[in-house]
Design a binder for this molecule. Structure first.
Ligand SMILES: *Cc1c(COP(=O)(O)O)cnc(C)c1O
Length: 377
């Protein structure tokens, strides 16, 4: 089945018992057993729940992996992946990963003896330079937030395969519609399903897909042992969101391209971060890695007065954190999502006080542009 059909019919399609075209919400904690140990395959809902299993099978199909796992948030998914490692293991992370990922590694897993390096993974030499005897995995986010830095997944996969390391990719910004890391050589792919997969800003969830049985056994052990699972209702809601992923992503990309192009023509815009602009230099390999460039744009304006003018009187776009929903969201990373990073580090990374991040929604693009147009405000 091709992708646009798979988002609708992948995983478990409908309900065999009743013919219902959607998977039922099995709102139950436990399951009756016929005799001791004789059951339908379900014993207790932390271990397995049919509604959760349906969304897990669906994401496994979409990422072309062996098995999927659903968690209560993106952070629960990331934490559960990290719990497959041991004290003394070393992991290399992209240096501008999601802030929550940095925080959980640096403030929580550090206390349990996990060793780590945050490096610019867009440069192969940086990665190789930081590989130690106890390095077990490389964890990559591409594109990154908010500066849209790209890492070549196939190139990193060559490094991890040669050395028997795991390659973990946070695919939140792209979704499997635009980028499939397992096909590019990754071992584990994860999502904050709160963003594009859910797509409607109405739930918080995390998804993981692994490429083989051995990793699936390990991941399921942690999921069941630690218990950071997604509930049946949110699993169902997430499935409903995923069904329109393909058509939403198409419009996100189309709108973002038009907004980025328009921004590039404005004199008050100093810099634009959007890999789809013809002025952004990217390699052929990176161009092939992603089907299109997604719905996220960051741009720097000339001064704070311009920034304030944009933010005052927004009609279509909402000032809010998060991304990936049908509605356009705008944020100022230096003052919102990245406020906890010291000013000098922010400056070095390029997250200036006049940097704006835009999650381009699927509204009429003219309305989105009208909100940004300071010349008519
Ligand atoms: C939001 C986000 C996360 C964290 O996910 P939650 O669902 O908020 O816990 C992880 N990675 C990326 C890239 C994100 O955007």
């Amino acid at each position: 089945m091709k992708f646009n059909s798979l988002v609708i019919h992948g995983g478990i399609d409908g309900d065999k018992t009743t013919g219902a075209v959607t998977v039922p919400i099995y709102q139950t904690s436990t399951y009756a057993q016929e005799a001791v140990g004789k059951h339908s395959g379900y014993e207790y809902s932390r271990t397995g729940n049919p509604t959760r299993e349906a969304v897990e099978k669906l994401i496994a199909d979409l990422e072309n992996g062996y098995r999927g796992f659903a968690f209560g948030s993106g952070m629960a998914a990331i934490s559960s992946i990290l719990m497959m490692f041991q004290a003394g293991d070393h992991i290399i992370f992209s240096d501008d990963v999601y802030g929550g990922t940095f925080r959980v590694v640096d403030k929580v897993f550090k206390n349990f003896g996990l060793e780590y390096s945050f490096v610019d993974t867009s440069e192969k030499a940086n990665i190789i330079h930081h590989i130690e005897d106890n390095t077990k995995a490389i964890y990559v986010e591409t594109p990154t937030n908010p500066l849209m830095k790209l890492t070549d997944i196939q190139e990193v996969a060559r490094i991890t395969k040669e050395r028997d390391l795991l390659l973990i990719v946070d695919n939140t910004f792209m979704s499997p519609y635009l980028q499939r890391p397992l096909d590019l050589g990754a071992d584990i792919v994860l999502h904050s399903a709160t963003k594009y997969l859910g797509g409607h800003s109405d739930l918080v969830a995390g998804l993981v897909v692994v490429k083989d049985e051995e990793l699936a056994t390990k991941m399921h052990f942690v999921q069941n042992a630690v218990g950071a699972i997604l509930g049946p209702f949110d699993s169902w809601l997430l499935m409903k969101g995923i069904k329109t992923l393909a058509i939403r992503m198409e419009r996100h990309c189309e709108n973002a391209k038009k907004v980025a192009q328009w921004l590039s023509e404005q004199t008050w815009v100093k810099k634009i971060y959007y890999p789809g602009l013809s002025t952004q230099k990217i390699t052929d390999s990176l161009r092939e890695q992603m089907k299109d460039f997604g719905g996220m744009i960051s741009f720097e304006v000339n001064d704070e007065a311009t920034l304030n003018k944009i933010l005052s009187n927004l009609k279509t776009i909402t000032l809010a954190e998060s991304l990936g929903g049908i509605e356009s969201l705008i944020s100022v990373p230096a003052k919102m999502t990245h406020a906890s990073i010291p000013a000098e580090i922010r400056a070095r990374l390029g997250v200036t006080d006049t940097l704006i991040r835009l999650s381009v929604g699927i509204e009429d693009v003219e309305d989105i542009i009208k909100d940004l147009d300071v010349s008519v405000k």
